[in-house]
Ligand binder design. Structure first.
Ligand SMILES: Cc1cc2nc3c(=O)[nH]c(=O)nc-3n(C[C@H](O)[C@H](O)[C@H](O)COP(=O)(O)O)c2cc1C
Length: 202
């Protein structure tokens, strides 16, 4: 898969056109269980493409309030050992330990870090931009033929644990996006009643 050539700065972009393929993909989009992601995952060139597409996300003020950490399996296994030692001190140690399987299973993981700072735009908006990046990252991975799983878990909210991934005290984990090939078919889950969630005003 190749990305179209970049459009020159300020040059007109293609107008939106209907895409049945995109509609079909969006209609069946489904996260994979992180423990059920196996090789193959994206290679280096595919990761570059996926991050390039993920970064094409709405960003009020063009602050780029996020960054990526590409985590190979060796690094994740090493960090998971340290997290396992920390998990015993958690209120539910066996659960805190068990969820570490979600961190190490996939062939590739991208950590999206929110780097929001009090600036010209509200921090909330900057954090939403990081969430948009996570979602676009999942869509871009899907377009390359990979399934994904957006995970946080306790080590995202524990400053000492997050520091093992290089997340500083003035940053937040937006998500660990695990990428790979699903071992089992992804099963449909219940979906919300859109009418019940929607108010339409004239
Ligand atoms: C910010 C965020 C954090 C999440 N963290 C976890 C998590 O730690 N563990 C988990 O099992 N699912 C987590 N999820 C949910 C899954 O990524 C996924 O959305 C969910 O299983 C529903 O599947 P679907 O995306 O196919 O609807 C998280 C989702 C979001 C948006």
């Amino acid at each position: 898969m190749t990305l179209p050539p970049p459009v020159a700065l300020g040059a007109p972009l293609p107008s939106p056109t209907p895409s049945q393929e995109m509609l079909t993909r969006l209609a069946v989009r489904r996260s994979a269980p992180a423990q059920g992601l196996a090789a193959p995952g994206p290679d280096t060139a595919q990761i570059t493409n996926i991050l390039t597409l993920a970064a094409r996300s709405p960003d009020h003020g063009k602050l780029t309030p996020w960054r990526f950490v590409v985590l190979g399996s060796v690094t994740r296994a090493e960090i998971a050992e340290k997290l396992a030692a920390m998990a015993v001190a958690k209120s539910l140690p066996s659960k805190a330990t068990a969820v570490l399987a979600k961190l190490t299973a996939a062939p590739t993981t991208v950590l999206v870090v929110s780097t929001a700072r009090p600036a010209s735009k509200p921090v909330w908006e900057q954090e939403l931009s990081a969430g948009a990046v996570c979602m676009n990252l999942e869509h871009a991975a899907g377009a390359h033929g990979f399934a994904s799983s957006w995970i946080t878990d306790w080590y995202s909210f524990d400053a000492e644990a997050a520091a093992l991934f290089g997340v500083t005290e003035d940053e937040k984990v937006a998500g660990f996006i695990h990428l790979g090939t699903p071992v089992d078919p992804l099963l449909e889950r219940d979906r919300p009643d859109i009418a019940a969630l929607t108010t339409t005003l004239p």
